[in-house]
Design a binder for this molecule. Structure first.
Ligand code: A2R
Length: 338
């Protein structure tokens, strides 16, 4: 019997790369949750298969609405469920905390209560975030799974809840749930609100003559460990297909290249032929509190799966910049320079 996977958030950066990975590397049927107004740009290559119902099926659903989630789960049973849908941008959570809680907490509860009711045997990937650790004192870096949660944004608070909801369903209801706290992961299709993506997009807008050669930046001193989103989705696949993972377990996953936001900006600038680009601090890009020492200890996950990141920082950044160059050459000045 062909396996059936469900991806919530299939139109997002991670969900769309996971779809690419599963279609290329498995014979699974892939179902995706998206909203009726979700932009389909990230899954554009798959639209013919979706239209002709070949291996890929979309379900219109808002995860904050229980009945809407139930409609998806009553269509069929799933073998694997990747719960990725979220209000995923920490900075937005400061201005829209309730929407963030609604989506990331109530939405996650709706997903799990329906898994319990209709797909109890499924193996579930519950996508938490490294942001749950927030501001970690230097002596706790690199960050292990046991490091206490210290969320520094409503987004991080919502992800602490989502993380615990998954563990609760595993312990109380014997669902097979594995939770990941992926550290910074990026690449093509990254939302333009995230720092490395806005830098790349602004460079592409400058190169194409749409804006002045000045990039607006936030906190350049933050330290991040960068992984490529394509390595991240391979990690998620390896996790759900691992025979030795213990239900209810959680894993810190991330890249091996650690750097400051300033170095990321300077690397991207080095990839442009325009050498006159300057940058200025835009106070609106500074968070009230920053999770500024995000460096993972990934020993537990690597021991389980032998996963290693394969894509270099340089390739990730070059692909991200080329993604924006292509998008802007197709769509012109239809992006804000945020
Ligand atoms: O906003 P949309 O319609 O484009 O869909 C986004 C989806 N999503 C929802 N789906 C159903 N009901 C909702 N109420 C709802 N709210 C959001 O989640 C989109 O398809 C996805 C989020 O995509 P991105 O913002 O690109 O996030 P990314 O980087 O793919 O993050 C995946 C996971 C999230 O759980 C993050 O919190 C974590 O990785 O770092």
């Amino acid at each position: 019997m062909v396996k059936r996977a469900l991806i919530s958030g299939i139109t997002g950066m991670v969900g769309s790369h996971l779809l690419d990975y599963l279609i290329s590397n498995t014979d699974w049927e892939v179902h995706g949750i998206c909203r009726w107004r979700s932009p389909l740009d990230n899954i554009i290559n798959h639209l013919p298969s979706i239209d002709s119902k070949e291996r890929i099926y979309l379900h219109y659903c808002d995860i904050t609405d229980y009945a809407s989630v139930e409609n998806v789960f009553t269509t069929c049973k799933f073998d694997y469920i990747f719960h990725l849908a979220a209000q995923s941008f920490p900075a937005t959570s400061f201005t829209a905390p309730l929407n963030t809680y609604q989506t990331n907490i109530i939405g996650t509860e709706n997903i799990f209560s329906n898994i319990l009711k209709y797909s109890k045997e499924a193996i579930v990937h519950n996508c938490s975030s490294s942001e749950v650790f927030g501001r970690v004192p230097k002596q706790f870096v690199p960050i292990k799974e046991e490091t206490p949660f210290h969320p520094a944004s409503p987004y991080a608070i919502s992800k602490c809840s989502a993380d615990l909801i998954g563990r609760y369903y595993a312990e109380a209801n014997h669902l097979k749930v594995f939770t990941t706290r992926m550290f910074t992961h990026t690449g093509p299709r990254r939302g333009d609100v995230f720092m490395e993506s806005t830098f790349a997009k602004q460079i592409a807008l400058i190169e194409s003559g749409h804006i002045e050669p000045i990039i607006k930046v936030g906190n350049l001193e933050s330290v991040r460990t960068i992984a490529d989103v394509r390595d991240a989705v391979r990690a998620y696949y390896m996790l759900v297909t691992s025979e030795n993972a213990k239900s209810g377990d959680c894993f810190n996953i991330g890249g091996t290249f650690t750097t400051t936001v300033k170095n990321i900006l300077e690397y991207l600038l080095s990839q442009s032929e325009n050498k006159s680009i300057k940058y200025v601090t835009d106070p609106s890009r500074l968070r009230p509190i920053d999770a500024d020492l995000q460096v993972p200890d990934t020993t537990k996950f690597k021991r389980l799966t032998n996963w290693e990141p394969e894509i270099t920082f340089e390739k990730t950044m070059t692909d991200l910049l080329n993604y924006w160059r292509l998008a802007i050459s197709k769509n012109g000045y239809s992006y804000l320079s945020r």
